[in-house]
Design a protein around this ligand. Structure first.
Ligand code: SAH
Length: 411
């Protein structure tokens, strides 16, 4: 059969018997979609892969652990034959033909009465691509379409455009590839984007010209005045019926003041939703090759803001408690106060030889890691010209990642 003459359809298989002959990797790839469609899946094969065995154990498929007999197709609505023996496949497809049941022959699409398209779902749509002889090409085209649906580059026209409201989108640490699919979608559907300085700039270039872009860095100075201005702006635009995306670096709720915006929206009766982001506190060390935990080395990590120095009257951080912990400390907004923080940690009991890494401009072209210790960092920050934005990682995990640098330490 020529695939161009195939009649593409969607089968409702819920509660209907589907027989899969063969228990190898090809069968393994077909079975989950059949289960997902609610089919009553029966596998006939003397041997099956561990994955299929798992599905049998979980009661999701029935297994007949033997060779195929034509009577296996009695009562079946659909058949897939995926053995590596062409004679068996031929036997199955003949038995199916006799019973007028459609049969997919994985080894020979040309002799199949049914063809499995490459499928995928996104944005409430299911896409099926069929090219019979070129499965890789159909899979690639499927991927392209699904990707564009997901990211909102093409939109499903029947979908109701979301009404006005505010979406807080965490953009990740800076590399445009590190935003979530949901974040990208929200961004592409926005009428107004209110962006922070640390939000991934590269993504803003993809917005269409009619999208209003508000750069928060250009709003009047003074942190709390600025926040009030942002709250007012997002609420006003949303009340005017526009879809507002509040776009930030990392995650909106990790030192991002995101919840203040949620409260402002709620107070004004504006619908607000949140798309989490990859926080730079974890993602930036990871990209720089430093794990925040490691077996036998660190069983906890604490993420701490260093925007106030130890002893500051408004500080909520117990630095002496942090000094007594043995795990990893991840400091954000801490470059300026790092020397004072290091002194407090040493005073609280951490060794001056504790490894420290500054990862500056993480995931950006200018990314740079400066290695130091608690005892030496005050000097190294000046000597190496460490500047924000930087993630400061304090703890033995830094030495796990850079054993050579810390080999000659006492103790
Ligand atoms: N909400 C953000 C953090 C905002 S506070 C998040 O979850 O990542 C700003 C601090 O984040 C900076 O001072 C710096 O410590 C850190 N930071 C954000 N992006 C960074 C990056 N690309 N490289 C290094 N540090 C970064």
């Amino acid at each position: 059969m020529d695939e161009t003459t195939a009649y593409l359809t969607g089968l409702r298989l819920s509660g209907r018997r589907v027989v899969v002959v063969g228990g190898g990797t090809v069968a393994q790839r077909r079975v989950p979609a059949l289960i997902a469609a609610g089919a009553e899946v029966v596998v006939v094969s003397p041997e099956v892969t561990p994955a299929i065995e798992g599905l049998v154990g979980a009661g999701e498929v029935t297994l007949h652990e033997r060779v195929f007999v034509p009577a296996d197709l009695d009562g079946a609505w659909y058949v897939v034959t995926a053995t590596d023996d062409a004679r068996v496949n031929e036997l199955v497809s003949r038995a199916a033909e006799e019973r007028r049941v459609f049969c997919v022959r994985s080894d020979d699409p040309a002799r199949s009465t049914a063809l499995t398209p490459a499928t995928g779902s996104a944005a409430g749509m299911t896409v099926a691509v069929l090219s019979g002889r070129e499965p890789r090409r159909s899979a690639a085209i499927r991927d392209e379409i699904v990707d564009r649906l997901r990211t909102g580059v093409i939109d499903a026209p029947a979908r109701v455009r979301p009404a006005g409201g505010v979406t807080l989108v965490g953009g990740g640490p800076g590399d445009p590839d590190l935003i979530s699919l949901a974040g990208r979608r929200a961004l592409m559907a926005a009428d107004v984007v209110v962006a922070d300085r640390l939000a991934p700039r590269a993504l803003l270039g993809e917005l269409s010209d009619d999208v209003e872009l508000v750069d928060v860095a250009k709003l009047p100075r003074g942190r709390s005045a600025q926040q009030e201005e942002i709250n007012r702006l997002i609420v006003d635009r949303a009340l005017a019926g526009l879809r507002v995306v509040r776009f930030k670096g990392g995650d909106s709720f990790v030192f991002g003041r995101g919840y203040e915006e949620v409260l402002a929206c709620r107070e004004a009766g504006v619908p607000v939703s949140v798309v989490p982001g990859l926080t730079s506190s974890v993602a930036v060390p990871a990209i720089a090759g430093i794990p925040v935990t490691h077996r036998h080395v660190a069983h906890e990590f604490s993420i701490v803001s260093g925007h106030l120095p130890p002893g500051h009257s408004e500080s909520l951080t117990d630095w002496s408690a942090l000094a007594r912990l043995r795990g990893t400390l991840v400091l954000m907004m801490a470059v300026e106060n790092a020397p004072a923080i290091a002194a407090a940690l040493i005073e609280g009991g951490r060794s001056a030889s504790t490894p420290v890494a500054f990862v500056c401009d993480g995931t950006m072209p200018a990314e740079r890691t400066v290695l130091s210790t608690l005892g030496e960092l005050a000097h190294d920050i000046v000597a190496q010209q460490v500047r924000p934005p930087a993630i400061v990682v304090v703890g033995e995990v830094v030495a796990v990642a850079h054993p050579g640098r810390y080999a000659a330490r006492p103790g």
